[in-house]
Every structure is written in structure tokens, then in C-alpha cells.
Design a binder for this molecule. Structure first.
Ligand code: ADP
Ligand code: MG
Length: 693
């Protein structure tokens, strides 16, 4: 049971004053929880600040950083009817003028907020476009009264379409008012160096200076450490629990695996052989397996997992594979069933919306199905196995420890194999994933052509479309990934839709679009059209990063490549070059490139080795990350950024072990405080393990 002291934090956000069901829905969407709770609001920390101490004249204002200008509204330039062009407003001061640019404009709001002839204070980033100053989506448009009420240093939050910053600000203020002072969970020696949990949240949401929200500022360090420590503590508890519960030996007779191997159209690579023999050895011993199979996208993890699953069936048990999305679950299902069924194995796909669900559930319970493949729907309570022996989790950035545990709890002494494509440097793997055994697929299957990677400034986009025209005529299949804009879905989407519209004019009938706000079925359809070749160009926001397998895809265009982190660029590029065809990756960037972006692009051009890229990434980011957490490419953390907080992770790892050594059952006052911490970061599954003994 959750400690009562935490209840105010876990109450739905709609219980806060001024938050009705409509805003509640927007918060659910923004925070990815249903219902969004007070705590989710508090953990939604600002990614930037507007520093009103920086006021500037238009022509003197620095480019590409937030400034506040005071200007007169001169002219409105609405787009022609039914056009997707932006709405523009011209404003000026005595030094010059600026075009304010609004995509997917709310005309009424613009007309009301920017009346012609009036003076307004406008905050946002100025940029040069065709030699003219413009500001895309100002973050504030204020009149004199608004200005007087504004904070000197104002936190800027990620938003979702329809949610006004002012409304979110009020919700967060109300959430802060509910924040109790909780007993300290860290050892005194550590606590002495940090602000308290409550003080840290207060500081982040009410910064007195922009530096206060930096990833290395005490407030962020405190919360990042809390999060990492909760994670490490949960891992350590899990490990201890697994050691206490005996395993079972899953010794197969090799009959099914031999059939599968014989049917494969290729030979296992030496790395796959090695991983497979490590896993087989684990399965055969009576202690439980907890192994991480790490390998870049396309390194062939799925076949290894399939062999492990088949081997468990030989030993008379069942296996399950959990994927982070429905799309991936289906892909795994298709890939696996193809080899498993001829070997006499019964495979079922279980997702949230499968029609045959009841039948499948019955077959899993009576053992007539050998493998279940699905999403998190697999660990719902209604799912029971006759005798689950192995849980494979395809991690792909998504699952937390508690979810892995939930699947492990579906059977007696379940062996666990986690597959991850996250190219975390070796130096961090064990600390990040806890004390797991590790198998690595470092080499790729043979026959892969290297991917020609080129970088071009956006001005040369014409060359890219010309090249694309030739390639498309020759049957190519291309992804076109659109930029991440200011962590706001609305503007991401606007950019993708605009590009989609533009490409459709050149390549009529051959262009598809996928983005995060589409319904599952719509998105599946767009993906299927691209996979079948009905469309040859797929415009996407970064949703495609989460794993799609279209072997024919051979061109990847990444627009505004300078806005992506290395890990993300690498994952995206990994979507092409999967078949035997020659592939290319075009990184379109906005000039001039900063030092960091320049270095990233150089590394991308130099190597395709995910591990090497990960190491370089960590090195570069260590030197000062300017991007938000969204781009860090690291799974599961809300507040910690492993690139910046790697040292904290090591400390958290050591501290978690230390704490469990002296207080293995989390007893006494400090134990209680630690349980609070586990709940706050939703690692409470580990608390339940404690109770299970
Ligand atoms: P991952 O899961 O690591 O991203 P997959 O298991 O999906 O990679 O494999 C990527 C592709 O490579 C698949 O089409 C698979 O059939 C193929 N493949 C796997 N192993 C080999 C191998 N040893 N030789 C040739 N092709 C392979
Ligand atoms: Mg895979």
C-alpha cells in the first residue's frame, strides 16, 4: 500500500483548483499518464527559461536565443484560404522589423493578441530567414498588464496542442502548493550536499535565474540522483529477490532449435553463436537467468531470442516476448512465426485489441500455445500461462523495471532475457541495467552494404529532392524525418505536414505520412502502404525511430539533423540499409552549425558502429549538453540525463548496494523514507518483492 503521506501527490491533477476535465485531458496527453497526477505535473520540469532581463532592440537582439522585444504591430498577413502556409504578423520598433510566424494558426487568438497599431512585448527566438528577421511561434505576446505580471525569469515548459502556457503554469503552481515536505531518504552525508526533494522542485518551477534549471544545477542534480537512486535500488532489490527464489533448469533436447537452424536462409554469425551458447548455458542451469542481449538495430537479436524461446519449449514450458508497441509486436510475430511454425511451435499474437483474445487466453492457459508475442497487454492480470519459462523483453527504450518484473511474475522461476538496441557504452551498461549478465552482438550479419551518409545545408534541399526523384523513379523507398521543434508537438506536426504537402506535389500518390498523433489503425495503414511499396516516401515525425522493419527502405532524409542527438540519428539511420540494397542517409542541417552539431554530424559520417557512436556521444555530451531530455535517447528517465549525469548513476549504483547491505528489508525510519522514494519514481513493484519475502 502506498504510504498515505504521498496521497496528495498521486491525486489526479483534475482535483487541483482551476483544472477541469478539459484541461485534465490535455494534461493526460502532455504527461503521458491517464489520469495525469499532481506528481506528474511536478516532474514536468521546465526545459528553458525566458529571461526577461534580456530585453533588446530588434536589430540588436542576438539570434537563436530567447529575447524579449518591445514592438508595435504593423500588419497582419493571413494565409490564403485553405492554404497550409503560416499566418504572419509584422511588428517593428525604431531599429527594424520582424515577422512573427504562426503555423496552424489560431486566427482569433492572433487577432486579439496582436491588434494593429498597439505596443506589445514579444518573447521568442529571432532567426534570419532569407535575410529577414523572423520569430516562429513567439512563446509570449504580452500587453503592458501582462508584462507587469510576468516573472523576471519564467520557466518554459513542453506543451501539447491546445494547452496554453499560462494554464499549465497555474496547474503547476497549484501542484506545488500540495507538495509536502517528506522525510529525507538519502544518507546524511549525501543529503547535506543537496537541497531537499521539495526545495529542488520549488527551485525548478520558480527559478530565480536561468542557471537554476541547468542539468548540473543543484536542484536538477538532486532530482536526477533521486530518480537514478530509486532505479538502482529497485534493480538491487530485484536481483536480491531473484537470488532468493530458486530457478528451474530448462534443458531442451535440441529438436526444435535444430529445425529452426536448418530452415534459416543464413548461418548464425559468430556473435550470434556466442550469445546463443551463453543463453543456452543459462537456461540449462537451475538458477534463474537475467541476461541482457545488447546489439545494434539489425544485428540479429530476434533470431537469438527465437532459439532461446524454442529451447524452453523443448523443456516443456512456454515463452513470451514483449515488445514496446503494437507495430513492433506484430513485426516480431511475423518474423518469428515464419521460422517457429514450420518447427511445430504454436505462436500467438496478443495485443490490446486482438479480436481472438479470449481464445488465445484460453490456449495460453491450457498450454496449447507455445509462444505469446505482444505488448504490455501480456502482463495484464487476465493473462495466465500454463507454465511460463522464459520472458523475452524487447526493450527499445520503453519499459521500466516494474514492467519486466510483472512479466517475470507470470510463472514460476521465469528466466528473463532483455533485448536492447540502446547503444549504451559498455562502461555504463551494467550500472544502468543493474547486475545482469551480458551478451553483445557487436558485428552485423554479412551482406550489409554500408550506408552512404552525407550532410547538406537546408538551402540545398533542391538537390535532395532532385536526387530523390531519380531514386524514386528507380524504385527506391525513402523515409523523410521532420524536425523536432521546441519540444512542442503542434509545431513538429506542422512541419511534417508542410513537408508532406510539398513532397506530395512533386511525388503525387507516392507519399505517406505518420506522426504520433495519428490513431493506431491509421498509422498502421500508412506504415503498411510504405512497406508494400504503395507509397515510396514516408514523411514522419520521430515516431519511426521506435523500430520499423522495411528492408526495402534505402534512403533516409533527416531534416534539421542538427536538432537530433547522436543516439537518435544513429537509430534513425538504422532504419535503412537492412536489405541488400545500397542505401543513403542525407542529413539536412540548418547552417551555421554549432560546434557540437558539427562534431555529431562528423561522427555520423565517419562510422556506423553504434557502440563507437554511443561512446563519442557520451564524450560530447559530457562537454555540455544544450538539448532537452527528450533527445537524450536514454530510456525511462524523466529527470536524469545519463549523458550529463553518468557520474550520478555510478554513485547511485554504489549507494543502492550499500543501503541494501545495511538495511536489506528497508526497515526503520530511513527504510520508510526509501519506500516513499520508490513510490515517487514508480518503482513500487520492487517494494512488493520485499513483501513477498
Ligand atoms: P535486431 O532485432 O537486432 O534489430 P533482427 O533480428 O531483426 O535484428 O535482424 C535483422 C535482419 O537480419 C533480419 O531480416 C534477419 O532475418 C537478418 N539476419 C539475422 N541474422 C542473420 C545472419 N546471421 N545472417 C544474415 N541475416 C541475418
Ligand atoms: Mg528486432
Amino acid at each position: 500500500m502506498r504510504p498515505a503521506a504521498l496521497n496528495p501527490l498521486f491525486a489526479p491533477a483534475t482535483g487541483l483548483p482551476g483544472i477541469g476535465p478539459k484541461i485534465g485531458q490535455l494534461l493526460d496527453k502532455l504527461l503521458g499518464e491517464n489520469p495525469a497526477r499532481v506528481l506528474d505535473l511536478l516532474f514536468h520540469v521546465p526545459y528553458a527559461t525566458i529571461d526577461r532581463r534580456h530585453r533588446a532592440k530588434i536589430t540588436e537582439a542576438p539570434l537563436d536565443r530567447v529575447v524579449l522585444i518591445e514592438a508595435q504591430v504593423v500588419e497582419h498577413r493571413p494565409p490564403p484560404p485553405r492554404s497550409t502556409a503560416p499566418y504572419k504578423v509584422l511588428v517593428e520598433d525604431e531599429t527594424g522589423d520582424v515577422l512573427l510566424v504562426f503555423f496552424l494558426a489560431n486566427r482569433q487568438w492572433i487577432e486579439k493578441s496582436l491588434p494593429i497599431g498597439e505596443r506589445r512585448w514579444i518573447s521568442g527566438k529571432l532567426e534570419l530567414w532569407d535575410g529577414h528577421r523572423q520569430m516562429v511561434h513567439p512563446d509570449r505576446v504580452l500587453d503592458a498588464e501582462g508584462l507587469a505580471n510576468m516573472l523576471q525569469v519564467e520557466p518554459v515548459y513542453g506543451l501539447t496542442e491546445g494547452l496554453q502556457p499560462r494554464v499549465l503554469g497555474k496547474a503547476i503552481a497549484a501542484a506545488l502548493a500540495r507538495l509536502p515536505e517528506l522525510p529525507e531518504w538519502h544518507a546524511p552525508k549525501i543529503a547535506a550536499t543537496l537541497p531537499s526533494f521539495a526545495a529542488a522542485l520549488e527551485t525548478l518551477h520558480r527559478p530565480q535565474e536561468p542557471e537554476a534549471i541547468a542539468p548540473t544545477a543543484p536542484a536538477r542534480v538532486r532530482l536526477a540522483f533521486d530518480e537514478l537512486f530509486a532505479h538502482q535500488l529497485a534493480l538491487a532489490l530485484t536481483r536480491a529477490h531473484m537470488r532468493r527464489v530458486a530457478g528451474r533448469a530448462n534443458k531442451g533436447d535440441g529438436s526444435r532449435t535444430a529445425k529452426i537452424l536448418a530452415a534459416l536462409p543464413f548461418k548464425l554469425t559468430p556473435a550470434q553463436e556466442q550469445a546463443w551458447s551463453e543463453i543456452r548455458a543459462d537456461l540449462e542451469t537451475p538458477s534463474r537467468m537475467l541476461r541482457l542481449l545488447q546489439g545494434d538495430v539489425g544485428s540479429g537479436k530476434t533470431i537469438v531470442a527465437l532459439l532461446a524461446m524454442a529451447s524452453v519449449v523443448e523443456a516443456g514450458r512456454q515463452a513470451a516476448l514483449m515488445a514496446p508497441t503494437e507495430l513492433l509486436a506484430r513485426q516480431h510475430y511475423e518474423g518469428i512465426a515464419r521460422y517457429a511454425e514450420p518447427a511445430g511451435l504454436k505462436v500467438a499474437l496478443l495485443t490490446g485489441r486482438s479480436a481472438e483474445r479470449a481464445k488465445t487466453l484460453a490456449a495460453l492457459a491450457d498450454g496449447s500455445i507455445d509462444f505469446a508475442i505482444g505488448t504490455h497487454a501480456l502482463f495484464q492480470e487476465s493473462v495466465a500461462f500454463r507454465d511460463l519459462g522464459l520472458a523475452v523483453v524487447d526493450e527499445q527504450h520503453r519499459f521500466g523495471v516494474h514492467q519486466r518484473l510483472a512479466l517475470g511474475a507470470k510463472g514460476e522461476a521465469v528466466d528473463v532475457l532483455i533485448m536492447t538496441a540502446t547503444p549504451i557504452p559498455r562502461s555504463l551498461v551494467l550500472t544502468y541495467f543493474g547486475d545482469m549478465d551480458l551478451s553483445v552482438l557487436r558485428e552485423k550479419p554479412p551482406g550489409r552494404q554500408s550506408i552512404e551518409t552525407r550532410a547538406l545545408p537546408l538551402e540545398r534541399i533542391g538537390e535532395v529532392t532532385a536526387r530523390l526523384s531519380r531514386a524514386i523513379a528507380a524504385g527506391a523507398r525513402a523515409y523523410w524525418v521532420c524536425p523536432l521543434v521546441e519540444e512542442s508537438e503542434a509545431s513538429d506536426l506542422a512541419a511534417a505536414e508542410e513537408r508532406f504537402g510539398g513532397l506530395r506535389q512533386t511525388f503525387a500518390g507516392k507519399v505517406g505520412l505518420v506522426h504520433g498523433q495519428m490513431k493506431g489503425e491509421e498509422r498502421d495503414r500508412a506504415m503498411a502502404d510504405f512497406a508494400s511499396g504503395k507509397t515510396q516516401i514516408l514523411v514522419a515525425t520521430t515516431v519511426i525511430e521506435v523500430g520499423v522493419d522495411v528492408p526495402q527502405a534505402n534512403i533516409m532524409v533527416i531534416e534539421h539533423a542538427e536538432r537530433f542527438g547522436l543516439a537518435q540519428l544513429h537509430q534513425l539511420r538504422g532504419r535503412v540499409g537492412r536489405g541488400g540494397v545500397k542505401s543513403a542517409c542525407l542529413l539536412l542541417y540548418k547552417a551555421p552549425l554549432g560546434e557540437l552539431a558539427k562534431a555529431r554530424i562528423a561522427i555520423m559520417r565517419e562510422t556506423e558502429d553504434g557502440f563507437r557512436i554511443a561512446e563519442e556521444d557520451l564524450r560530447l555530451r559530457g562537454e555540455g549538453d544544450v538539448l532537452g531530455t527528450k533527445q537524450s535517447g536514454m530510456p525511462g528517465f524523466k529527470l536524469a540525463q545519463l549523458d550529463v549525469h553518468a557520474e550520478l548513476l555510478r554513485l547511485a549504483h554504489a549507494e543502492a548496494r550499500h543501503v541494501l547491505e545495511i538495511n536489506p528489508k528497508l526497515e526503520g525510519d530511513q527504510g520508510k523514507a526509501l519506500v516513499n522514494l520508490l513510490y515517487l519514481f514508480e518503482r513500487e513493484a520492487a517494494v512488493k518483492l520485499l513483501q513477498a519475502g
